[in-house]
Design a binder for this molecule. Sequence first.
Ligand code: AR6
Length: 186
Amino acid sequence: MDIFMSTYKFLGTTLVLLRGSIVDVHVDAIVNAANSALAGGGGVDGAIHRAGGPLIMEECRKVGGCLTGRAVATSAGRLDAKYIFHAVGPIYGHHRDAEHLLASAYEACLELAEQHQVTSIAFPSISTGVYGYPLKEAAPIALQTVIDHIKKSTSLQQVMFVLFSNDDYAMYEQTLVDLLAEQHNN
Ligand code: AR6
């Protein structure tokens, strides 16, 4: 399988887009697209628990749950990371104010990154699988939230988005190029 990757420098931080599985990346914090019961499931959540082993679920049970639009941290079990940040995105067509909740899920992870002073983080495309959020609408929310965060003082040297399909990767790439051009023009 071909590897697609592109990198962009924004202020002091490197933004990376990668086509692949999030369990294969080496970063301080891997973000999980979780549910509010932290009960595990399919997609990213299934892949992380399978690859990371039972310790992650044990810690999730102790935490007990997470509100939509928020995130909680656990350790990363067997994965090559220090933390898993379990973020709960909105269910499209179910939650009112889905746009705000989606941005808030990303912000919650970025805040956890600062609290734990991590230097690298990998996001999946939260809510765009089982939760049905159209990728074309979700990509600018995800990327703009990261751009806005980086404008403040941050411990993050690298922010990665790991996309699972070629189409998702292409959409994120085009959206990021457009958003960074807007930043330069402002
Ligand atoms: N690496 C990166 N991206 C992936 C991977 C992977 N290994 N697997 C899927 N994707 P989803 P959600 C993409 O469904 O929409 C779970 O059951 C996928 O193609 O993982 O937030 C949870 O337990 C899509 O673009 O998360 C929740 O109940 C994106 O990741 C619920 O699904 C997100 O898809 C959360 O749904």
